[in-house]
Write a protein that binds this ligand. Sequence first.
Ligand code: PMP
Ligand code: GLN
Length: 395
Amino acid sequence: MSERVRYLNSRLQGFGTTIFAEMSALALRTGAINLGQGFPDTDGPEVVARAAAQAILDGVNQYPPGPGIPELRQAISRHQKRFYDIDYLPEGEILVTAGATEAIAATMLSLLEVGDEVVTFEPWYDSYGATIAMAGGVRKVVTLRPPDYSYDPEELEAAITPKTRLILLNTPHNPTGKVFNAAELDHIADLCRRHDLIAVTDEVYEHLVFDGEHIPLAGLPGMWGRTLTISSAGKTFSFTGWKIGWVCGPEDLVTPVRTAKQFLTYVGGAPFQPAVALALDLDDDYYSEFTADMRAKRDIICDGLEEAGMVVYRPQGTYFVNADIRPLGGVDGIEFCLALPDRAGVVGVPTQVFYDNPAEGRHLVRFAFCKRPEVLREAAERLGRLRPGPGEEAS
Ligand code: PMP
Ligand code: GLN
C-alpha cells in the first residue's frame, strides 16, 4: 500500500498522509457528510470562546512561560483533584503542551532509547506508531477484539520483554470506544510494577464515558510515581483547533518531556491558555451535560447504523463507533469507505488502518458521532439506502 517517499527518512517511511486528513479531503471533495475525522460540528461554551477572544484583545499574545501559564497549571491540578482525587503540583508536575499530540511525541522522544519497546493496544491512535518510530522505538501490540474489545491477558504478558520501556494506554479508547475496566487496569498496573515499566496514559476522552467510569491508571496503588497522564482541552471543551493539552506526572518523568517539548514547539496557544483554565473550572453541570449530550448522539447513530443493517459495537466512551459492514455486502473497509461518498454521501474511516494486523479490522468502519443530531440522522438514513431489500443480494 505504501510507496517509498523520496527524501523521507527510513523511520517515517510508510506513514504517508494521515487517514483523517485523507478522509476529510474526500468529504470536502464530494460534499459527503463527514463522520470520518473526529471533530465536533458545534463549538464549545461561548463563555470559553469569549475568554480567548478577550485574551487576544487584552494583549495575551506573546510567548507564555515554557511549562504553561500558572493559572492553567493550577486549574489542571484542581481538575485532577476534583474528578479523581489525584494530587499534582502545578510547579514541576504539570506541563502544558500543543495538544495531546505533542505531549505524546515529546514523551516518546524523551523517554525512549533507540530499540526500546513500547507495548500498546491495537487498533491504536495513529500518532502512536509515528512518534514511537521517530524516537527509534519499536511498538509491540496487543489486539482488542469485538464485541467488548477485551484483550487476552496472556497476550499482554507475552508482549513484555526485557526491552520494554513503557506501556502506552488509551482509555477511553479511540477508535473502539472501549473504556478499560477496573480489573483490566489492575492487571496492567500489576505488570508495570512487576516489570518496572513506565505507564503513559492518553485520557483525552476522560469526560466521554457513557457506561462504566473512567479510572486513571495513575490513581492505582504504586502507579502515581511511574505514570504520565496526558489529556487535552480539544475533546472535553469542543475546541479541537486550539491544541491545548497537558501532561501530569511525577517531576522526574515530566522533566524529560519538558526537555523535548522545548525544542518541538517551545510554547503555544498563549490566549487559549487562560480560556482553558476557565473551562476546566466550569461547574459539574457542564461536564454532566456534555456527557449526556454525547450519549444521546451515540444512541442516535448506533440505532441508525443498526437500522441500516450493520452490526454495531456500541461504544462505552469516546465519540466513535465501529460497525461491521459485512451485512451491507462490504468486505474490505478501505474499498467500502472510498466508495461510500458516491454510494451514500457519507464519509467514515476504515478501522483496519489502525492495526498492525489489518485483517483483524478489515470489515470495520469507524464513524464519528460528535455531530448535530440532524446530521447523524441524515447520515444513518443515507446509509440505510445501502441495505439490501428482501430477496436482494448485498452488493
Ligand atoms: N489521543 C487520542 C486518542 C485522540 O483521539 C486524539 C485526537 N484528538 C489525540 C490524542 C490528539 O489530541 P490533540 O488534538 O489534543 O492533540
Ligand atoms: N483524533 C481525531 C480522530 O481520531 C483526529 C485528529 C487528527 O486529525 N489528527 O478522528
